[in-house]
Ligand binder design. Structure first.
Ligand code: ADE
Length: 263
């Protein structure tokens, strides 16, 4: 997956995403992070990229021209090679609230372009021309779109096959199926007089899986009742479509004997 980020602060993206798992994944070729400095595309002789809003009001706005030219330079290559133009995601508190389901949807793309605003925003006309999606990371206002873009990129990146060590581990975690993650423990077995739950030491995989599911359900019920409700609805729908097979009762040996006698 190729992540392109149109920003006035490329070093923020480079520093923020060049660590740990994302760094390792980039080095191994599973993804790339391409931070593009919008300022490099300004035609202003003083390198200016912002101006006052028409109609007055607080702060400055990013101008359309440098944003558009940075975008055009990026997609020109796609157009020349008959490659699909990637979706352009504008990070804004006005967007759809980012959720794990959206991350799963985005992880299917081969490339994504993120547009990060700064100051009081971006001239509406360029947004109308290039933006395909708007995403918010929550109901609060940050100083720019870089942190939100990094949140989305990090979430999407770990869903790309190969990025995590174990392909399974992205499925098993919080929000994968409306359930929060179960509690986890590592060595030592006793710490501050607290012992690791016995079942986890048992080596009995089925019991461990059962315990973990119960813990997940219980936690979700307490911490995120909204998610628990969704989980229960989905579970009920699943069970309606896949009713559990009735266990066949073992034939009673005595009854068989009686049958034989009756005959
Ligand atoms: N830019 C500023 N605040 C934001 C938010 N909450 N989500 C996405 N982009 C933003």
């Amino acid at each position: 997956m190729k992540f392109h980020i149109l920003t006035l602060f490329p070093e923020m993206i480079e520093q923020g995403l060049n660590n740990s798992i994302i760094k390792r994944a980039a080095e191994a070729g599973y993804l790339s992070v391409n931070a593009i400095n919008i300022r490099d595309y300004t035609l202003d002789k003083h390198n200016k990229v912002d101006d006052y809003p028409y109609g007055g009001g607080a702060g400055m706005l990013m101008q359309a021209q440098p944003v558009y030219d940075a975008y055009k330079a990026l997609v020109k290559e796609h157009e020349e090679n008959n490659k699909k133009t990637p979706r352009v995601i504008f990070m804004t508190p006005q967007g759809r609230t980012f959720k794990q389901e959206i991350a799963q949807e985005l992880a299917k793309e081969e490339e994504l372009i993120f547009l990060c605003g700064h100051y009081e925003g971006i001239d509406e006309r360029v947004l109308e021309e290039i933006v395909t999606d708007e995403l918010s990371i929550g109901d609060y206002v940050l100083t720019g779109g870089e942190l939100p873009a990094m949140v989305v990129i990090d979430t999407v990146a770990r869903l790309i096959p190969g990025v995590l060590n174990n392909d399974e581990s992205a499925n098993d975690e919080s929000f994968a199926g409306n359930l929060l993650e179960y509690p986890q423990y590592t060595r030592p077995e006793v710490w501050h007089d607290k012992k690791v739950p016995e079942v986890l030491l048992s080596g009995h995989h089925a019991n461990i899986a059962k315990w973990r599911l119960e813990q997940s359900v219980e936690r979700t019920k307490i911490k995120r009742p909204d998610m628990h409700e969704k989980y229960m609805e989905e579970l009920e729908a699943y069970l309606r479509e896949h009713p559990p097979k009735k266990k066949r009762r073992k034939k009673n040996a005595n009854a068989d004997e009686e049958n034989v006698k009756e005959k």
